[in-house]
Design a protein around this ligand. Sequence first.
Ligand SMILES: [Fe+2]
Ligand SMILES: [Fe+2]
Length: 269
Amino acid sequence: MLDVIKTTLKLGLENPVKILHITDVHICEVSPLDEPWQQELMKERIGVFQREANFPEKTPEEFYREAVAFAKEQGALLVVTGDVYDVHTKGNLKKFKELIRGEDMMYSPGGHEYQYQIVRTLEEPDGYGAKMEKQLKEEIDEFNLDFECRTIGGVNIITANNALDYYPDYTVNKFEETLKNGLPTIVFSHDPLDDKLLNKREAYHENVKITKQEYEISHRMLKELIAKPQVVTTFTGHHHISRDYEIEGKTHYITGGLFKGVCRLIEII
Ligand SMILES: [Fe+2]
Ligand SMILES: [Fe+2]
C-alpha cells in the first residue's frame, strides 16, 4: 500500500488544484541487449533498494503503477521528479517509455537518468554528461526535460531541471519569463534547494563542464526560488526520505522515494 503524505497549500483559490508528487522510483530493468556487466549491476542494485526500503511488499514498478492509479482516482496531476530508473540501460529505458505511454504527467529528470555505467554520477567516463544528455533528449521526447509550465487554477506549476546539480541557462530564462505573469508559482525539481552540490559555485568535477557565468545564472535561480514571494514553495526528491525544511521563512518539501511506497498528495486551496 502507498504511504501518502498530505500537504495543503493555502493560496485562496476558487477551485482547489490537486497534485500527486512522486520521485525516486529507481526501477532496475535490463533487456537481453544490455551488457552482461549491466545485468549484474542491476541485480545488485535491486538488492540495494530492497534493503533501503526494508523489503517492501511491492516492486518499484508496482508502486509506480499504484501511484498512477491513485492520482487518477484523486483527480490529481501527476508530477515526477526523476530517478525513475537507476541506470540508463536499454531495459530501463524501454520500461520507462512503457510506463509513461498515454499518461498525462509532468516530469523532471534526476541524476540517475543520466547514469550510464556506474552509480556515482560524477565518476562516469569523461564526456559522458553531454552524451547522456543528448541521448536522453532524443529518447524521451515526450517531455521538455529542462522546463515545463502548466498554469492550472491560476497557479504556475513548473518542472525545472537541476539533475546535474545546476539550473541550465535555458531553464532559468524560461522560469524568469514565466514569473512575469505574476501568478503564484510552485516548482518541482530533483535536487532540494539545500543540496550541497546544487549550492557549489565553481566546477567541482571534470564531467560537469559549466562555466563561471553558467554557475552565476544557476545561483540567480536558486536565489529567486528562495527569496521571491511569488514562488510559494518547491517540491523535490533525491534524498529518498521525506523532509520539510525552511529557508528564509519559506517551507520547502522533499518527498521520499517511491521505491519505499512513499508519495505526496498536494492540495492547493
Ligand atoms: Fe534517487
Ligand atoms: Fe538523486
